[in-house]
Design a protein around this ligand. Structure first.
Ligand code: UDX
Length: 469
């Protein structure tokens, strides 16, 4: 099916839907909160009773700026439950927003999705519905999974044995970034919808109408968008859009890291190079920050999953393979840079500033901090760390890592400091104080090219960035 932008629709009062969201994680919570905020009734379901109980008490299981306020604002339109069956029967639209972690081969593990799909089938069997339930795949799933989910819902209905289930499966990938997930959901660059029937697309367009038309109240001033493009296509292409978007961004970062490494060899400054190429509109200036490379819950998992999809068809995804290799090398480069100035790492105290995989999140999934800490630990270094929000979780994830509550405590007695995550608060670090607390040779490895090398050197430290001449 050819991809097209759906025609604009006239502004009118939006229809209120009952929206079920299964999976109260990052994607589910943000999707649910935003849909409630724009006027729908939302029921958030999760298998974890503990999670539901704390949500009912108003405690969020994740740190995401703006989410708490949004949930408070929409509290009268949000309910929580562990009863997925009930949600499947009551909802007009049901989002599957459960995890699809990589399995041992890097493929997306669909067992959570499958469980939910079967439960939906069992719940729908024998329940009369005038309109089919829209089962929306929000989780990132391999191309072709829409059909698989349909099959599982039907299987679930057969298991229950009370008759066929009335449903349609729709793909609606999310593009939200952790740390700005609420903003990305309310002001997205586009909404992508994949379905194999017109009525499903119409229902989803009606659901998203307040966001498409940007008609919800906001104190973001000026409103960043006049209207949001609503892109419709077939199920498989929609699923592929998600993988292609994440893979492209990951490749873009690995590309600039490759350029950074070459820049360093020839004595160029990658920040200038990035600024220079980014002004070409075909390239664009975002996602050209060189450094330790990409981590997080999406890029590593989705790139690996796309590679393994290609492999299933005996196709070697060479660009993706290279992007992963460059990314792994970037982490190793941190160790090389430390060794260059410290020589042996045995017994050296190394402080990691920032542990979350990126700023404004407490997420440590595929965080470079943990990988670097392990490499340093295996070379006999004493690794300490500090993070404004992810400290406790990091200490749990890596018992060998000593986590301190203050950046100055962390750098005390350190031979080297590695800035791993570019939290804004590190911009205001008193570098003279840092230098005075450190031990010789007072090395600072700036994993995100975040600090001004002149300031660091002026404070009495050795500065090593990535690709900065
Ligand atoms: C990403 C996508 O941006 C989002 O659209 C998708 O839905 C989920 O995956 P997220 O994982 O939250 O979002 O983080 P993002 O801000 O994209 O950063 C990903 C990684 O790339 C981080 O580790 C970040 O530090 C790194 N990065 C990003 C760079 O190294 N350089 C850059 O220029 C940009």
């Amino acid at each position: 099916m050819e991809m097209k932008e759906a025609p604009a629709i006239s502004r009118s009062t939006p229809v209120e839907f009952t929206v079920g969201v299964v999976g109260a994680g990052y994607v589910g919570l943000v999707t649910g909160a935003c849909l409630a905020y724009v006027g729908h009734r939302v029921v958030l379901a999760d298998v974890s009773e503990e999670r539901i109980v704390s949500l009912e008490r108003g405690q969020l299981p994740i740190y995401e700026p703006g989410l708490e306020n949004l949930m408070l604002d929409s509290a009268d339109r949000i309910d929580f439950t562990t009863e997925i069956d009930w949600v499947a029967r009551e909802a007009d639209v049901l989002f599957i927003a459960v995890g699809t972690p990589p399995d041992e081969n890097g493929s997306a593990d669909l067992s959570n999705v499958a469980e939910v799909a079967r439960a939906i089938g069992r719940a729908l069997s024998g329940s009369y519905r005038e309109q089919p339930l829209m089962v929306v795949n929000k989780s990132t799933v391999p191309a072709g999974s829409g059909d698989y989910v349909s099959m599982l819902v039907r299987e679930g209905a057969e298991e229950a044995g009370n008759g066929a289930a009335n449903f349609r499966v729709v793909s609606n990938p999310e593009f939200l970034r952790e740390g700005s997930a609420v903003y990305d959901s309310l002001f997205p660059d586009r909404i992508v919808l994949g379905a194999d029937c017109r009525s499903a697309l119409d229902a989803m367009r009606a659901l998203y109408k307040p966001i498409i038309e940007q008609s919800f109240p906001t104190d973001v001033d000026p409103r960043p968008k006049a209207a949001v493009p609503f892109i419709t296509t077939d199920l498989t292409s929609s699923e592929m859009i998600k993988y292609a978007a994440n893979a492209f961004l990951a490749v873009k970062i690995s590309f600039i890291n490759e350029i950074a490494n070459i820049s360093e060899l020839v004595g160029a400054d990658v920040n200038s190079v990035a600024a220079g190429i980014g002004l070409d509109e075909r390239i664009g200036s975002r996602f050209l920050n060189a450094g330790i490379g990409w981590g997080g819950s999406c890029f590593p998992k989705d790139v690996m999953a796309l590679m393994s999809i290609a492999e299933e068809y005996d196709y070697e995804a060479k660009i993706l393979t290279a992007a992963v290799e460059v990314n792994t090398r970037q982490r190793r480069l941190v160790v090389s840079k430390l060794q260059h100035d410290l020589h042996t790492l045995k017994g050296k105290r190394i402080a990691l500033l920032g542990l979350a995989f990126k700023p404004n999140t407490d997420d440590l999934r595929e965080a470079s901090s943990l990988q670097i800490a392990r490499m340093l630990d295996s070379r006999g270094a004493r690794v300490v760390g500090y993070d404004p929000v992810a400290g406790k979780a990091a200490a749990r994830a890596l018992p060998g890592l000593r986590v301190l509550h203050d950046p100055y405590e962390a750098v005390k007695g350190a031979h080297a400091v590695v800035l791993v995550t570019e939290w804004e608060e590190f911009r205001n670090l008193d570098l003279r104080c840092v230098a005075s607390l450190m031990d010789e040779p007072r090395l600072l490895v700036d994993g995100r090219n975040f600090l001004d090398p002149r300031d660091v050197k002026g404070a009495g430290m050795i500065y090593r960035g990535f690709g900065r001449g």
